[in-house]
Design a protein around this ligand. Sequence first.
Ligand code: ATP
Length: 365
Amino acid sequence: MAEITLNHIYKRYDNKFEAVKDFNLDIKDKEFIVFVGPSGCGKSTTLRMIAGLEDISDGDLVIGDKRVNDVAPKDRDIAMVFQNYALYPHMNVYDNMAFGLKLRKFDKKEIERRVTDAARILGLESLLDRKPKALSGGQRQRVALGRAIVRDPKVFLMDEPLSNLDAKLRVQMRAEISKLHQRLQTTTIYVTHDQTEAMTMATRIVIMKDGVIQQVGSPKEVYDAPDNVFVGGFIGSPAMNFFRGTLEDGNFKMGDVKVKVPEGKMKTLRENGYLNKEIMLGIRPEDIHDEPVFIESSQDTKVTAAIDVAELMGAETYLYSKLADQDFVARVDSRTDIQNGQNINLAFDMNKCHFFDTDSELRIK
Ligand code: ATP
């Protein structure tokens, strides 16, 4: 069992700069938690505090049922996998994996059993005699994982473990780490700036900005119901579109363009005092459609837009355009042969859109 609780955790550098502010999170046993956010948002600092590599300025860190703020890293029963793998260059794969166990005075038979097991799980059996320099990036990363696995810790901590791999290998290793987690069920905290890694691997995502948690939720929750403009824009690729406009009774208006707001949403907005006020509309690229059947049935959310660029991605095409001088992108099936500069009809699926307050940038619920 490895539940982890972070209670009002702060990190201050030089007693003033707050890199992490009032971080609260309950991590359940067996969860795969991903901390995600732009560079400098405090995700590595938080992970390093959990590992014990960084002092906690304020708050309580509890692993299992023990407060561990002052417990040395080696006594926290966690294993960390770093971005740069941190392998010993003079040792072969076997010894790299066995090293931590030798330090902890495990007996030789047990070490052999654990290293062999980990090597089998990770497909490293034929590489045990090689030195790190004779391995590919992906193989090195697997050895780094192996070194964590053999410890059989309560918790895995991973700090951008895939960022040194090329795009294809990253996708492959991403799936391998997910499979590994399904198999071992070890509580894992994983740090990345890559929202795709967060979406595909996490049981829950923690989105951070400027040292502050913006939202915690399952990938589906944060995708379908972002709490604020930052989360809406950070999760999803291409990013959510945001339009500034005014809320009239029944319509969202930007310049000469009007789209009808469904009555359910309109009621909430009216009750919250947004009528005739400036407001922000958020809509995902896949919720702006070009199919004639959809447009036919959505005349009151239909817009005409000149396509600046049509980017063919394969099965789908990204259409970049502007409405009332505001940039947006629609993600459509690659059925039609759309030319740059062409005017086309699109329709907003307003049941899927969100409204945000222009000052607080919070989603209006
Ligand atoms: P990245 O993805 O770039 O690693 P991150 O989200 O992991 O970013 P952190 O490394 O946690 O960010 O850093 C958070 C903030 O704390 C940054 O503004 C960083 O400059 C600052 N910081 C980190 N270490 C120190 C330090 N030793 N002294 C002062 N400030 C620090």
